[in-house]
Design a protein around this ligand. Structure first.
Ligand SMILES: Nc1ncnc2c1ncn2[C@@H]1O[C@H](COP(=O)(O)OP(=O)(O)OP(=O)(O)O)[C@@H](O)[C@H]1O
Ligand SMILES: [Mg+2]
Length: 366
């Protein structure tokens, strides 16, 4: 069980993104999280992933405080473009984290291929991420997370860059994996219909700083169908209710204890920074890789350092948080003969890729 109590996160520039958020997620739940742009959804996921430390409040996973990146966690980041190693093939990107599962090389490759097929990319394995479209790269990130079979999966706008048909297929894929894999999934989405379609429950966050504005159980049949489920009167009612709440409507009677009602609109200038700017973020992410040694990148140190790094961008937070995993993965990758591919990415000195690998290496395990 994931238990969040009084979570507050203020960035180093003084901006409070989350203020006193309470949330409990039972094991095995698929929780949809919705809320206005810039309200703090990604910040919340980064706190849960142990990538940034709370300013106040507590997060526990199965009773243990989250003080670094939890084991058995995977994250599909909103900015998927910086979470793949550019010098590894798509298949190797997906297979890389499976080392942590103790799987042999052949087994890893077979699992990676299977995951790629499940996201509709059966022929992409030999390509490099930069040879794929944005939507395809996003699907590779999803494949990597699903192949890892984590017990806790955090997905931040995982289907934002794919076409409508593929999006529906991926929603059903996540539902299928959730049913069979018994994993807990937190899925952030801007798509209200999607939040209801995939969710066991929908949590609506209010405008920044984030708190839980409403908490809605989705009482739809567990088996969902894109046509039938979306045509059910209960689905139509729920999507209208969630839509109203996201736009700042009052809480429904009987909703779980939530924060205050939505506040006034934030200025656009306060929207999430720098997201979507892959190369810029990679460049930022590269910085801590140069100065960090694996030894100082253990989990508690990451969180202690996190607030000081906030003003330098989230990519850097994530990168710094995952140095240790990257160091291990990097060494292992070289074992597997990736040296040749690495040379392809050398012009950037490989540091950006290393940083992406930190992200991928443990939280987004590739
Ligand atoms: N590193 C940072 N330093 C300072 N402020 C930040 C940082 N990262 C995010 N913020 C601010 O915190 C608030 C929440 O950002 P966050 O990215 O969590 O929002 P979000 O709900 O995920 O938005 P979106 O739906 O657009 O992805 C925003 O006002 C954003 O400007
Ligand atoms: Mg976000």
């Amino acid at each position: 069980m994931l238990q969040i109590t009084g979570l507050t996160h203020s960035y180093a520039d003084g901006h409070t993104a989350i203020d006193g958020l309470d949330l409990t997620v039972p094991d095995g739940e698929l929780l949809s999280i919705v809320g206005p742009s810039g309200c703090g959804k990604s910040t919340l996921l980064r706190c849960i992933a142990g990538l940034i430390a709370p300013t106040a409040g507590t997060l526990t996973l199965n009773g243990a405080p989250i003080s670094g990146v939890p084991d058995d966690l995977a994250v599909v980041f909103q900015d998927y473009s910086r979470s793949l190693f550019p010098w590894l093939t798509v298949r190797d990107n997906v297979a890389l984290p499976l080392r942590r599962r103790g799987m042999g090389r052949g087994e890893r490759r077979a699992a990676a291929q299977e995951a790629l097929e499940s996201v509709g990319l059966p022929d992409a394995g030999r390509k490099y991420p930069w040879q794929l479209s944005g939507g395809m790269q996003q699907r590779v990130s999803i494949a990597r997370a699903l192949a890892y079979k984590p017990s806790l999966l955090l997905m931040d706008e995982p289907f934002g860059s794919v076409d409508a048909q593929t999006r529906e297929d991926l929603e059903d894929l996540v539902l299928g994996v959730h049913r069979t894999g018994k994993m807990t999934i937190l899925l952030v989405t801007h798509d209200i219909d999607e939040s209801v379609y995939v969710g066991d429950r929908v949590v609506v966050l209010n405008r920044s700083p984030a708190r839980v504005h409403a908490d809605i159980a989705v009482g739809l049949p567990a088996s969902r169908d894109q046509i039938e489920t979306r045509g059910l009167p209960e689905f139509v009612r729920l999507r209208a209710e969630v839509g109203r709440l996201v736009r700042g409507g009052a809480k429904v009677p009987g909703a779980a204890p939530a924060g205050e009602a939505a506040g006034p609109d934030e200025p656009d200038a306060d929207a999430a920074p720098a997201e979507g700017s892959g190369s810029e973020l990679l460049a930022k992410a590269a910085k801590p890789a140069k100065k960090k040694s694996p030894a100082k990148a253990d989990a508690p140190a990451k969180s202690e350092d996190a607030s000081a790094k906030d003003d330098e961008g989230t990519a850097k937070d994530e990168a710094a948080a995952l140095d240790e995993a990257a160091a291990k993965d990097e060494a292992a990758t070289k074992d597997e003969g990736a040296t040749k591919n690495e040379a392809v990415a050398k012009p950037g000195s490989g540091t950006a890729s290393k940083a992406a690998g930190k992200t991928a290496g443990k939280a987004d395990p590739a």
